[in-house]
Write a protein that binds this ligand. Structure first.
Ligand SMILES: NC(=O)c1ccc[n+]([C@@H]2O[C@H](COP(=O)([O-])OP(=O)(O)OC[C@H]3O[C@@H](n4cnc5c(N)ncnc54)[C@H](O)[C@@H]3O)[C@@H](O)[C@H]2O)c1
Length: 451
């Protein structure tokens, strides 16, 4: 469903009216286009004096054609100033050396001038050390405070910008490339205010235009919406894709699978036979499973039938549990594999009329956290992506007022696209993303709902 308000707010008459009335003024978000190679199309400023800035500086030539430093001669880059420098498309600031409260002022000093010189849809990444790994309480407190800074700057930055905090563990400095390629590029355009932890790991990507080459991926609910976008994106990144959906969706599933050079698999994941049927259908094994299939049966609890409750729990929560278990027990999901579940901001914050849905989506987050260590023994990662309001059949079916509220109540003032969720998943399943497990990544335009 198209969002006509964005067109209106960006027309000359609409822009004046929207400003005069103080209404949300969403900008056209810039998205990744096929054929592009550089993550950053414009000037990148790197700042900070810690060891992570040094690690990031070694990647600059691979990230952009145009990079600057905050001090003369640093990293052999020209110095950027608000007066003479170009508009900034991306900023990386290493805050990992801020070890006490007094030093936090450096965040203000570095970022304030940049805010007057941002290009459209700027991407900002602040680097820190995971507070829970730091022995000194004041240092841990300073590093934890970065979260408040990045989440607030995400709400202030405007221009369709996004701000993330990456906590880089000791020994994980060489994991920065995959994360920066994602968080500094338009692939993460609908993500802001997120905190991601990188741990040391040894997966490598040889060709960044096809980071999933040689991997076989199963995507459930892949005939339309977010699932179709996930399948397309994983195929774009080089994976061989197996698209699963209910038998009623066979026609569109087959057509998409054919277009992507993949395979289709018609299966209702909520049946008792589904785990065994799935294992039987995948004798050659898989490297990636994305549990995307999901349904809603919204009703307030007072009016919710047993059937409505059970349908949602069975598809959204029970199926990912028992299917993953079967894939693991039979060795269908190979060592070094990737599991991603599609949760929801409703699973984090709860939502009116969605007790069943929120139970299922919160349960998925619990599953990720509970399984993380066990799966790590086989170098398998498991993460959740939690979309906010994404334009799809599911949200098109919402009543008008609920849909409009969902679209506007976030820092971008608009809904995301299925592609935005797909890009996040494509990053999480890359070989270098072995550094990320047991985490929840929200793709919600920094929605006001939830943390
Ligand atoms: N659209 C949003 O705003 C939004 C927000 C948060 C989370 N999500 C989640 O994202 C996922 C995809 O949502 P969408 O908006 O693309 O929805 P959608 O309704 O367009 O697609 C869901 C797909 O899952 C398939 N499916 C449903 N039951 C199945 C079953 N028993 N077996 C196999 N396949 C089944 C459907 O046939 C459909 O193709 C869901 O898990 C949803 O809960 C969506």
């Amino acid at each position: 469903m198209s969002d006509r308000y964005i067109e209106f707010a960006n027309s000359s008459v609409g822009h004046r009216l929207v400003s005069a009335l103080g209404l949300p003024a969403p900008v056209h978000l810039e998205r990744w286009m096929a054929g592009r190679t550089r993550p950053v199309d414009g000037a990148l400023l790197i700042g900070g004096e810690g060891p992570l800035a040094k690690a990031a500086a070694g990647l600059l030539n691979r990230l952009t054609d145009s990079s600057y430093a905050d001090q003369e001669g640093r990293f052999e880059r020209p110095r950027w100033t608000a007066e003479h420098g170009p508009k900034l498309k991306a900023i990386v600031f290493d805050a990992s050396d801020l070890v006490n409260t007094d030093q936090l002022i450096r965040l203000r000093d570095f970022f304030q001038p940049t805010l007057k010189a941002l290009a459209p849809c700027p991407r900002v990444v602040v680097l820190g050390r995971p507070p829970e790994t730091l022995a000194d309480p004041f240092t841990a407190s300073a590093q934890r405070s970065l979260e408040g800074f990045t989440r607030s700057l995400g709400r202030e930055i405007r221009h369709g910008g996004g701000v993330q905090l990456l906590y880089v563990g000791e020994g994980a400095e060489d994991r920065l490339e995959g994360a920066l390629r994602f968080f500094l590029s338009p692939k993460s355009v609908y993500i802001s205010g997120q905190v991601v932890r990188l741990a040391s790991n040894d997966g490598q990507v040889d060709d960044w235009t096809r980071p999933l080459a040689g991997r076989r991926a199963l995507v459930t609910g892949a005939s339309r919406g977010i699932g179709a976008a996930i399948a397309e994106t994983l195929a774009r990144d080089g994976a061989e894709v197996i698209l699963l959906d209910v038998p009623q969706a066979r026609e569109s599933l087959d057509a998409l699978a054919a277009r992507l050079g993949g395979r289709s698999l018609c299966l209702d994941i909520s049946t008792d036979e589904a785990p065994q049927d799935l294992v039987t259908a995948l004798p050659e094994g898989i490297d990636i499973v994305v549990h995307n299939a999901g349904i809603t049966r919204d009703k307030t609890l007072a009016k919710m039938s047993e059937a409505q409750w059970n349908a949602v729990i069975d598809v959204n929560l029970k199926a990912p549990q028992v299917l993953t278990q079967a894939l693991l027990e039979h060795g269908t999901l190979r060592d070094g594999g990737r599991v991603v579940v599609v949760s929801s901001t409703s699973g984090i914050a709860g939502n009116f009329g969605q007790t069943n849905y929120a139970v299922s989506k919160a349960g998925l987050i619990g599953l990720v956290q509970a399984w993380e260590l066990e799966l790590a023994k086989r170098a398998i990662t498991i993460n959740a992506v939690a979309p906010g309001f994404i334009e799809s059949h599911m949200t098109a079916a919402m009543p008008f007022t609920v849909r409009e509220a969902g679209r506007r109540m976030n820092a971008m003032g608009q809904g995301g696209l299925p592609q935005d969720v797909a890009e996040a998943i494509a990053w999480l399943v890359q070989p270098t993303s072995g550094a990320v497990t047991g985490q929840v990544l929200r793709v919600c335009g920094q929605s006001l709902i939830g943390a």
